[in-house]
Ligand binder design. Structure first.
Ligand code: NAP
Length: 309
């Protein structure tokens, strides 16, 4: 019999990719903002309780989050509610349920490179001290703490610069600007690595299908192998779009490097948010993929499945 896996935030980049990836191997039950809005805590609690007892899932995957980094500065309460306090409700319900069960339900959750201040010149390791410099990062760091302290078996995966053929992300924004021939300015002083939602989903599938891995849990990092800046990432997108679909690229399009300080963004950004992901291979025997391949694969899907709008 297939294991039941519940996915919260199934309409997001990561939630959607996981839902698709797990579909053939597990009984996937999706929940979304419409039926389970995190800000309505009584509804959230009741729905989590209900799904635990009716579906007896082995894992609940939480891919829901308030992901608007600048918007979090203005909507601090909402960011903390969705990225942190709602998690208390979820773990409380799982704990109550687990009290009477031999096989415990575990929680898989996603966090962010923005829990770090980005001042280190080295990669950020899962064991490094967090020191978020914006509201989004602080709300996500508190979410991690709530889960870690809860006693619920968990896997927390911090990721960075997520891309997918759907929704809003840097890859999609760049492709649209390139196709419209708009002037493009991109910061060249923030370092990190793009990560495709599909890559995250394939790790979750690998993790769930091998009991020796899913019994491990803990806090780990997942992002593309290698390191880049947003500026070099943008140039990579332009070069490859030119290569694959020259007819889509307006002539003389150029990308200008700028500094983060010139953007006057509401939220501060960490300078170096590169995550060290060694544990993916050393602990979970998962084959890591470089960020360029992940971007190319996502771009190919956007082109072949016509998701360029
Ligand atoms: N995107 C990135 O670059 C990035 C980087 C590092 C870490 N992460 C983390 O990775 C995870 C997945 O991110 P993502 O890129 O897939 O995010 P996303 O595309 O913005 O999706 C967020 C999901 O959360 C749902 N959601 C938002 N507010 C909600 C609410 N009040 N109640 C219930 N559901 C709500 C959204 O529903 P709707 O479809 O209705 O909006 C959507 O399903 C998050 O934990 C995020 O913090 C993302």
């Amino acid at each position: 019999m297939k294991q039941n896996i519940v996915i919260l935030g199934s309409t997001g980049q990561v939630g959607w990719a996981i839902t698709k990836e797990l579909d053939s191997f597990f009984q996937v039950i999706t929940m979304n903002r419409e039926n389970t809005p995190f800000e309505r805590r009584n509804v959230l609690k009741a729905n989590i309780r209900d799904i635990l007892y009716t579906e007896t899932p082995s894992h609940i995957v939480n891919a829901a989050a308030f992901t608007n980094v600048d918007g979090s500065e203005e909507n601090k309460e909402l960011a903390f509610l969705i990225n942190a306090f709602a998690l208390q409700d979820i773990v409380d319900e799982i704990n109550l349920y687990n009290l009477t069960k031999k096989r415990k339900t575990s929680l898989i959750h996603f966090s962010t490179d923005y829990v770090f201040d980005g001042e280190s010149i080295e990669e950020n390791f899962p064991t490094d001290k967090t020191n978020p410099i914006n509201v989004y990062g602080r709300s996500k760091a508190l979410g991690e703490t709530i889960i870690k302290k809860s006693g619920v078996p968990y896997l927390i995966l911090r990721t960075s610069w997520v891309i997918s053929p759907f929704r809003k992300n840097f890859l999609k924004t760049m492709v649209k600007k390139i196709m419209k021939g708009l002037p493009i300015e991109v910061v060249d002083d923030q370092y990190g690595a793009p990560t495709s939602a599909k890559y995250i989903a394939s790790f979750i599938n690998h993790y769930l299908r091998n009991e020796k891995f899913s019994a491990i849990g803990g806090l780990h990092h997942i992002c593309g192998l290698g390191n880049t800046t947003w500026f070099d990432f943008a140039k990579f997108i332009l070069d490859n779009l030119k290569n694959k679909k020259p007819e889509l690229v307006k002539e003389k399009i150029d990308i200008k490097p700028i500094k983060t300080s010139s953007l006057k963004l509401a939220a501060k950004r960490p300078k170096n948010s590169k995550l060290n992901c060694d544990s993916l291979s050393t602990i979970f025997e998962f084959e890591q993929i470089d960020w360029q391949t992940q971007v190319l694969n996502t771009l190919n899907t956007m082109i072949t499945e016509e998701h360029l709008d």
